[in-house]
Design a protein around this ligand. Structure first.
Ligand code: ATP
Ligand code: MG
Length: 364
């Protein structure tokens, strides 16, 4: 296999700070594990606007299309709030998602034992939790036509349409089954087939794709409301959950809160398989540019570092190395190191962004 390519887009705010820590990790994997990546950097968001008046240049867009994986920091900040909508930093990210056609949004909910008391749930419910929610991202009720607000008789009516084609359901189902094979080999599909036509089709298509292409993966179905309840009651029963755009929005935010800080949460958005069989992919922390703490060495780099771990597992076929990195994060947390966002009332002193990065490299 040729050297896999990784395009790094640090972006704005704390993006460049947390990405600097990822670079240390990448260097470690190069030196100590002989894993070579063809790493290049580009501009996105406000940083790109400052340089050439657009939040993503055509040239960077093209490089993203060619890369085996893209790793993004964060975009936006108060400096750009007054800009015209068409050149806002967020538009850079939206363009990447749209042109790469990233239809599957992956949000893991992973709970490190050292942080289990940070969750709103009981320790034994969340400790060691490792689940993945796959949310369909480019269709469903957020995009379906007809939509709008009009007047019927003497009152206004608001309309949205939940619409899914077979093809849209099948492709996100495949993403979920592929992921499951690299994890616990279990998929639970959630919809509301009891009250929605699109839910009936969703269940049928997921079942068909499973029977034809992934009979080795364990598949179950759940109504999304029951799924929400089970997610809070005993989340460890799940491995991969696949669901539509709206239910995925709700379920992934709920799942995120099982685990604690925004500074800990990675994500990925996947598209169709490329010539090498792996999907187009954009990895990024769930958090934003956090302008309130930018340039102060306070940002927690773990979300971005775990996003790189996801890239190793899902784009570079290096699941063992991803686990190694996750274990290093676990070790550092178990040793008691905390960036400011991970400290509650306790009177401990926080470590800085770069101290956290250095400690993770040392643990590796
Ligand atoms: P955006 O619009 O880009 O999503 P936002 O302000 O809604 O920005 P974040 O930028 O994610 O959301 O910040 C929300 C809060 O969480 C802020 O107070 C921020 O300081 C904190 N935060 C976010 N990410 C981190 C991190 N990696 N480390 C520490 N604190 C963080
Ligand atoms: Mg936000």
């Amino acid at each position: 296999m040729s050297t896999p390519s990784l395009l790094i887009l640090p972006g704005d705010g704390i993006g460049p700070e947390v990405m600097a820590e990822v670079r240390k990790v990448i260097d470690w994997f190069g030196t100590a594990r002989g894993m070579q990546f063809d790493v290049s950097e580009g501009l996105v968001g406000g940083a790109a606007y400052d340089a050439h008046g657009a939040p993503l240049s055509d040239e960077t867009m093209e490089r993203a299309q060619q890369a085996d994986a893209v790793l993004l920091g964060a975009v936006g900040g108060p400096k750009y709030d007054q800009l015209d909508f068409s050149v806002k930093p967020e538009r850079g990210l939206l363009r990447l998602r749209k042109e790469m056609d990233l239809f599957a949004n992956l949000r893991p909910a992973q709970c490190f034992d050292a942080l289990a008391d940070f969750s709103s749930l009981k320790r034994d419910v969340v400790s060691g939790l490792d689940i993945m929610i796959v949310r369909e991202l480019t269709s469903g009720v957020y995009f379906g036509e007809p939509r709008g607000i009009h007047t019927e008789g003497n009152e206004r009516v608001g309309i949205n349409t939940q619409r899914y084609t077979e093809g849209e359901i099948a492709r996100v189902a495949r993403s979920a089954f592929e992921l499951a094979r690299k994890r616990g080999n279990k998929v639970c599909s959630m919809e509301k087939a009891n009250v929605m036509e699109s839910g009936i089709l969703w269940r049928d298509v997921v079942t068909e794709v499973h029977a034809a292409e992934y009979p080795d993966v364990e598949l179950s179905h759940m109504y999304a409301d029951a799924g929400a309840m089970q997610l809070c009651r005993w989340p460890k029963q799940f491995d991969v959950i696949v669901t539509d755009n709206l239910f995925g929005d709700l379920l992934s935010d709920a799942a995120a809160m099982l685990t604690g800080s925004l500074g800990m949460l990675p994500s990925a958005s996947l598209g169709a398989p490329m010539a090498n069989g792996r999907p187009k992919a954009l990895y990024e922390p769930v958090h934003g540019s956090a302008p309130d703490i930018a340039d102060q060495g306070k940002a927690n780099p773990i979300a971005c570092i775990l996003s790189f771990a996801m890239a190793m597992r899902y784009s570079f076929d290096a699941g063992d190395e991803a686990t190694r990195l996750e274990k290093a994060v676990e070790t550092v947390l178990a040793d008691g190191l905390r960036t400011a966002d991970l400290l509650g009332e306790e009177g401990r002193t926080p470590v800085s962004t770069s101290q956290m990065g250095d400690a993770i490299v040392a643990a590796l």
